[in-house]
Design a protein around this ligand. Structure first.
Ligand code: PEP
Length: 273
């Protein structure tokens, strides 16, 4: 049984003041849920959901200190492909580790489209992140015109193949893939559960064909306008193991509702095993 994971990508939002509010809200919600015995959170709580927050890099240290004694894990939104040196504005894997990051998002569609990050550049970051024993949250997904042209599988295959050119298939065992159809990110348009499941199953099969264990173990998240109302249906699909959440991760009640939906679906999925 794969553990569900819900990661909040705060993007370039927040301030010292509202980060505290947001984290207090999430921590409070977690405590309440545990007290009521409805939910159990955290890595050592069996298959219950792992919650990750990915703040802007300037706030990693602050968030790290605020989540120290909680069940929340920390992720970065991006990382350099280089170890150190003259790379103005970049943060290395060792810097992320210094501030307790367990994860780093790589290849987010905003990095691909707004900052011209290529499949090969992202693949290099994937290798660097794995080598440092951080866990990549590797984002892939098609543009609207690519979906309309029936190219979704070709696109996600190409994005994965670029990574497989530089790492062994086994690297995916301890990695997270986020399938994020670009047309659904920040638009309010969500893939239907069937549309998302179809691509998730395709990705899992692609990896399973190369190594059955890797395919079975890799966590595949859905991202693209997931919110408190559509989460349960999406997360209930057999190959959707969690969510990468943008807008809804900035509101503690919405974010917690998605985490609770992930917990609820785990029990349903377990009963089917
Ligand atoms: C994202 O940025 O990864 C994302 C899924 O955003 P949103 O949930 O706002 O669509």
């Amino acid at each position: 049984m794969r553990q569900p994971l819900v990661a909040g990508n705060w993007k370039m939002n927040g301030s010292i003041e509202n980060i505290k509010e947001l984290l207090d809200g999430i921590k409070q919600g977690i405590k309440q849920g545990i007290k009521q015995g409805i939910i159990e959170y955290g890595l050592d709580k069996g298959n219950s959901v792992e919650i990750v927050v990915c703040p802007p890099s300037i706030y990693l240290a602050e968030v790290h200190s605020q989540i120290k004694d909680s069940a929340i894990s920390l992720g970065a939104q991006n990382v350099s492909d280089q170890a150190s040196g003259a790379f103005t504005g970049e943060n290395s894997v060792s810097m992320l580790k210094d501030y307790g990051c367990k994860y780093s998002i790589i290849g987010h569609s905003e990095r691909r489209t707004l900052y011209a990050e290529t499949d090969q550049f992202i693949a290099k970051k994937f290798a660097v992140v794995c080598e440092a024993q951080l866990i990549p949250i590797f984002c892939i997904g098609e543009l609207l015109e690519e979906r309309e042209a029936g190219k979704t599988e070709d696109i996600v295959s190409r994005q994965i193949d670029a990574v497989l050119d530089v790492v062994d298939i086994s690297a995916f065992k301890n990695s997270v893939i986020a399938y994020e159809p670009v047309w659904a990110i920040g638009t309010g348009k969500t893939a239907t559960p069937d549309q998302a499941q179809e691509v998730h199953a395709f990705i899992r099969k692609k990896l399973s064909d190369l190594d059955a264990d890797t395919g079975a173990q890799v966590q595949i998240l859905y991202g693209g306008s997931m919110n408190a109302s559509n989460a349960e249906e999406l997360l209930g699909m057999p190959d959707i193991d969690g969510g990468l959440i943008g807008g809804a991760s900035l509101k503690p009640t919405d974010f917690l509702a998605i985490c609770n939906a992930a917990n609820a679906t785990v029990n349903e999925k377990e009963s089917l095993v």
